[in-house]
Ligand binder design. Structure first.
Ligand code: HEC
Ligand code: HEC
Ligand code: HEC
Ligand code: HEC
Ligand code: HEC
Ligand code: HEC
Ligand code: HEC
Ligand code: HEC
Length: 492
């Protein structure tokens, strides 16, 4: 083809594109910046967003709450049992006090009667979780979905009384029964708000014995993070020009798409509220009403989409021992319920713009956003160094450990495994999310390693914290040990 033909063709193509853009602009409907929509459920979103939907289907978020069946149950229901430990103060120490079984395709957990030798069977309505442990709930006549006292540990492959371990209390048959009378044993009134999408409590009583509760879907669906989607769906379904216009808006301009919230296009506080509302357990302890008003997105009728005023609410009282929201003696976050709190303690969050989904894929929430970002690696170093550029070129001058060896990665010293969790019925540790925390063997000298761990000692178990303080002085002469407050141990 001659050059002339080429330029003619190019002109025609350009014309077609212009016409197309013009047509789209003319045909695409206006939409409002503020709106109230209804929830439609993740399956509807899957009609168009097939790939994301497919990824989400296999994620822990999607599968948090399920009906019991062979696919969802991980506990042993083939004549499973739980014995009180031999050192229990209960006269029944060492004996079987709970059994699990399947009858006519229904799953049951049976507890030994407090006064008789018989067992009382509870038919299981939902199973909650499956990764680390699984919780079982049954329905009471007045609508409360009651949590049973024994959970299945996937690590131990056995049943265990989660709350006794969490509180360090004695395991007795009476106590197991008593655990079904506490306020927080009413799963649909207390727990389910973080395990379902768009939950609404229509009726309850102060003692948590009566409940009428609705939710859009079991598990953490699309709309839990993107806000209610009915208007978005209508808009996108109504005509092809809308879809094309939104595609261009999104992928060419990075502007928000009609009638749906994308956390990444929201200001930092709102973006983090999306995850904080469930991962910052503390946020709602004192603000249950807030929870009901919260909704991600652009509500016209005054729903709240920014929870940042509560981000730092959990008290960092040194030595605090309340289950899941514990604090180390030097005031550093300790319990798993403090994971989000530890993140907002970071100077990186305070002065920068890090996001949860920089590292965690929001749709396959167990997966890293890119291989290597969830572990000490060159990839995670690259992430930290993307803001801290001065350290990137000569990391060894900063870390004093040979590049690529343990002790040379940012996570080793700045995100040590100092958050404790009982997820599987065994005390374990996961990484603190206080990305800017500094290694502090000084605090370990002051309070003891058990009360204030430090990153260096996590690896250098042969050296005393006092020796490591000396190394710190030598390697980082400018470093000032943190001035930690006195722990208020008397309180606990
Ligand atoms: C009829 C098709 C259709 C359905 C159903 C649909 N969407 Fe979309 N969605 C689109 C199109 C088209 C875009 C814009 C193009 C793109 O981002 O690829 C979009 C974009 C988005 C975005 C990106 C927004 C942004 O500003 O970056 C999100 C988030 C989203 N949709 C969520 C949802 C959710 C949640 C549901 C279910 C409630 C849903 N969608 C249902 C077609 C649909
Ligand atoms: C404030 C929100 C919130 C509340 C309230 C809440 N949870 Fe959770 N739950 C979570 C989060 C977030 C995780 C994931 C924690 C992690 O892996 O770090 C989780 C994890 C779990 C798991 C483990 C899931 C698995 O796959 O291993 C179980 C079981 C569970 N919760 C049960 C409960 C019960 C029972 C209650 C009520 C007594 C409750 N939760 C109350 C947010 C909450
Ligand atoms: C746990 C919260 C969460 C859930 C659940 C969730 N998303 Fe998202 N989604 C996000 C976040 C956060 C982003 C922005 C991620 C980014 O830009 O890195 C996002 C981005 C998107 C985008 C735009 C970017 C892209 O990948 O094209 C679409 C479309 C989308 N989500 C659709 C869905 C659909 C459909 C579902 C349900 C099947 C869903 N999301 C479930 C949090 C969530
Ligand atoms: C409606 C409540 C809710 C929201 C909103 C939510 N999560 Fe979760 N998240 C949970 C629960 C419950 C679990 C436990 C699921 C399980 O382990 O079975 C969980 C698990 C996780 C896990 C896996 C933990 C593990 O140990 O496997 C990650 C990572 C995570 N969420 C990240 C996020 C991010 C990032 C956001 C925000 C974009 C977010 N979540 C929003 C409730 C929520
Ligand atoms: C989005 C940008 C961003 C990312 C990503 C980031 N930071 Fe930061 N970080 C900051 C900002 C801004 C500060 C405030 C002080 C400053 O300007 O250096 C800070 C402060 C710090 C400090 C404390 C400085 C002091 O003087 O006490 C440390 C340590 C730190 N970051 C480590 C990390 C590590 C480790 C990672 C990776 C896990 C990381 N940062 C990721 C932006 C970021
Ligand atoms: C710099 C990357 C990074 C960022 C940003 C980040 N995380 Fe993590 N997160 C990690 C790493 C690393 C782990 C530990 C993974 C492991 O050891 O398997 C983790 C673990 C978790 C876990 C699992 C805890 C458990 O039970 O073991 C949850 C839940 C979680 N993160 C939620 C969040 C939330 C919510 C945010 C935002 C407030 C966030 N993360 C921000 C890197 C990050
Ligand atoms: C062997 C432990 C160790 C490792 C690994 C490490 N740091 Fe540090 N970092 C420290 C110590 C100790 C300080 C305090 C030093 C001081 O104040 O002079 C510090 C201070 C910082 C500071 C604030 C002061 C400054 O120098 O700007 C930043 C930012 C920082 N580190 C980022 C990083 C990043 C990014 C990585 C990964 C490339 C990393 N660190 C790896 C021990 C470590
Ligand atoms: C993730 C594990 C890890 C962490 C965290 C870590 N180190 Fe190391 N460190 C190592 C390893 C492995 C070596 C040996 C390899 C080398 O020389 O790089 C080493 C070497 C050293 C040495 C050289 C002498 C010796 O014992 O071989 C000193 C001193 C040292 N580390 C001090 C520290 C201090 C101080 C901190 C905290 C600021 C720290 N390390 C944090 C793993 C770690």
């Amino acid at each position: 083809m001659s050059r002339r033909r080429w330029s003619q063709l190019a002109a025609v193509l350009f014309g077609v594109l212009l016409l197309g853009a013009g047509w789209t602009w003319w045909q695409a409907e206006q939409f409002e910046d503020r709106f109230d929509a209804d929830y439609v459920g993740s399956a509807v979103c899957g009609d168009c967003h097939t790939i994301v939907h497919g990824q989400w289907l296999g994620s822990p978020h999607a599968n948090m709450v399920r009906r019991p069946d062979t696919g969802s149950v991980v506990g042993d229901f083939n004549a499973g049992e739980f014995r009180l430990p031999a050192d229990s103060p209960d006269p029944l120490a060492g004996e079987v006090v709970a059994r699990t079984f399947v009858e006519d395709e229904r799953y049951y957990m049976a507890l030994r009667h407090p006064d008789e030798e018989s067992f009382v069977a509870f038919p299981i309505e939902y199973v909650v979780g499956y990764q680390y442990r699984q919780e079982y709930v049954f329905r009471e006549p007045d609508g409360v979905l009651r949590r049973l006292p024994l959970q299945w540990s996937t690590a131990k492959q056995a049943y265990f009384p989660y709350w006794n371990l969490q509180e360090g209390s004695d395991q007795t048959l009476d106590d197991l029964w008593a655990q079904m009378t506490t306020l927080h044993s009413a799963w649909n009134l207390y727990c389910a708000r973080c395990h379902t999408t768009n939950m609404d409590i229509l009726e309850r009583d102060p003692g948590h014995t009566r409940a009428r509760v609705e939710w859009q879907e079991k598990g953490i669906g699309c709309e839990a993070c993107h806000g209610p989607g009915s208007l978005h769906v209508e808009y996108m379904k109504s005509n092809a020009a809308n879809r094309l216009a939104m595609f261009v808006r999104n992928h060419l301009h990075g502007h928000p798409v009609a009638y749906v919230a994308n956390a990444d296009k929201l200001p930092k506080e709102q973006a983090l509220s999306v995850c904080a509302r469930c991962h910052g357990a503390d946020i709602f302890t004192h603000n249950q009403d807030f929870y009901r008003l919260y909704e991600p997105g652009y509500s016209r009728s005054g729903r709240i989409n920014d929870l940042s005023e509560f981000f730092r609410q959990a008290p960092l009282t040194p030595g605090r021992m309340d289950p899941t929201v514990e604090v180390w003696h030097n005031g550093r976050p300790r319990g798993i319920g403090m994971l989000f709190r530890s993140f907002v303690e970071s100077e990186c969050y305070d002065k920068g713009e890090p996001r949860c989904y920089d590292c965690h894929d929001p749709h396959q929430n167990k997966a890293p956003t890119r291989p290597g970002i969830l572990e000490p690696s060159a990839v995670s170093n690259a992430y930290c160094s993307s803001c801290h550029t001065d350290i990137r070129n000569n990391p060894e001058a900063h870390t004093h450990h040979a590049v690529g060896s343990p002790g040379s990665f940012c996570y080793d010293c700045h995100m040590p495994k100092h958050i404790t969790k009982l997820n599987t019925g065994i005390w374990e540790r996961t990484r603190t999310h206080e990305m800017s925390s500094l290694p502090n063997p000084h605090d370990s000298v002051r309070f003891g390693l058990d009360n204030a761990p430090n990153a260096c000692s996590d690896c250098h178990t042969d050296s005393s914290p006092a020796d490591l303080v000396e190394v710190m002085r030598e390697w980082w002469p400018a470093y000032q040990p943190p001035e930690s407050p006195e722990p208020d141990i008397a309180l606990y």
